[in-house]
Design a protein around this ligand. Structure first.
Ligand code: DP6
Length: 354
């Protein structure tokens, strides 16, 4: 008798915001980076992608829906994720012939973000991480989060870091086949519970230049880029890991802000130049710098991805200072700013189901 059952699994994946940025690919096909990167995973209470994956012998094609809209599943990134996950499932079925032959069925995926898509809020990271987790759960794959991060990486580089909670490194690796380019946990969120983040949603509009196109243009045209990838980031990765290990907020903040500024500098050094920050973003930078000077110590650390929204890391004891002082400084420049921020706590999450 043919198996007509519909199998399904649901999961959520968090957003991560890099404090040492990934920007540049050495292999476009395998999504291998030109430098390692490090991020903080944010709380799913505020920002997450919820994804359900289903498969059945009765399905006639693969499909993917994001926020109610059908997406193209024939792209190289989606195809790579489906192919690799199916190959792992096939291995499992070969070893256990009584298992349903899910590797032969088409897959339907439905995803919802609870935050602006493609507005520099790392939506592709949570999206591909959730897709890979959901299908891995559906297939009951025994692979570790690190193994699965190699698959999520091929969907979107930053997605590999969203398979872990807390503080996460994406080690760039050296191998041409990408076998050593994966995410690892640097420290769980519980290691540094005082750490908080605020997100200033400056604009929820889609970014003008996609990360993929922008970083390729940078690799091809920026002279500053080589200096960043080869000289600066390797040392900064070590310094950032030490800052996290020692819960040294001053060092963490110094490297976070310097790395964001250098990332935007290589964007400006690209031909044609790429501008992700706007006047409000720059006002936020000035506000944080002014606050740090005013306090005589580092209370806030800003960082910007490929968009104008600011993420500001701070310690819980400074929450009132950060939210109050920034509100006062920014409000005259951005009338609608007040209230448009999310407070998020770095979070661990249960990836033990793998
Ligand atoms: C600025 O992971 O979106 O957010 O691999 O081409 O999908 P693709 O790029 P993506 O780039 C993220 C760039 C960044 C920095 C970071 O998250 O490390």
């Amino acid at each position: 008798m043919t198996d007509k059952k519909i199998y399904s699994a649901s999961t959520t994946a968090p957003v991560n915001i890099a404090v040492v940025k990934y920007w540049g690919k050495r292999s476009v096909k395998l999504n291998l980076p030109t430098n390692s990167s490090l991020s903080v995973t944010l709380s799913q209470a505020d920002l997450k992608t919820h994804t359900t994956a289903a498969c059945s012998s009765t399905f006639t094609e693969n499909s993917l829906w994001l926020n109610g809209e059908a997406q193209d599943v024939s792209g190289a990134r989606q195809t790579a994720c489906f192919r690799e996950l199916k190959a792992l499932r096939k291995k499992l079925e070969d070893a256990n012939p009584s298992l349903p032959k899910m590797s032969e069925y088409y897959v339907h995926v439905v995803s919802e973000n609870n935050f602006p898509t493609a507005a520099g809020l790392a939506s592709s990271a949570a999206g591909f991480a959730a897709l890979v987790r959901a299908i891995a759960d559906l297939y009951e794959l025994p692979e570790s989060p690190t193994e699965l991060s190699k698959i999520a990486r091929q969907g979107s580089g930053s997605a590999c870091r969203s398979l872990f909670g807390g503080y996460v490194a994406w080690e760039m690796g050296q191998a041409v086949d990408g076998s050593d380019s994966y995410a690892v946990e640097v420290a769980p969120a519980s290691h540094w519970p005082e750490m908080k983040a605020a997100i200033l949603v400056v604009s929820a509009a889609k970014k003008s230049v996609s990360s993929t196109a922008g970083m390729q243009a940078t690799v091809n045209t920026s002279a500053l880029f080589t200096h960043r990838a080869c000289d600066v980031v390797p040392k900064r990765m070590e310094a950032m890991k030490a800052a996290i290990e020692n819960r040294d907020f001053e060092q963490f903040a110094a490297h976070t802000m310097a790395d964001s500024n250098q990332f935007h500098a290589v964007c400006l050094d690209t031909t044609p130049p790429i501008f992700y920050m706007n006047d409000v973003s720059r006002a936020a930078i000035r506000a944080v710098e002014a606050l740090n000077t005013h306090e005589g110590r580092v209370v806030g650390a800003y960082t910007f991805d490929a968009g104008p929204n600011a993420v500001i890391y701070y310690q819980e004891k400074d929450e009132e200072k950060i939210l109050g002082f920034l509100g006062t400084l920014l409000a005259p420049e951005v009338a609608e700013w007040a209230g448009k921020y999310a407070k998020v706590t770095p979070e661990g999450y249960d990836n033990g189901s793998f």
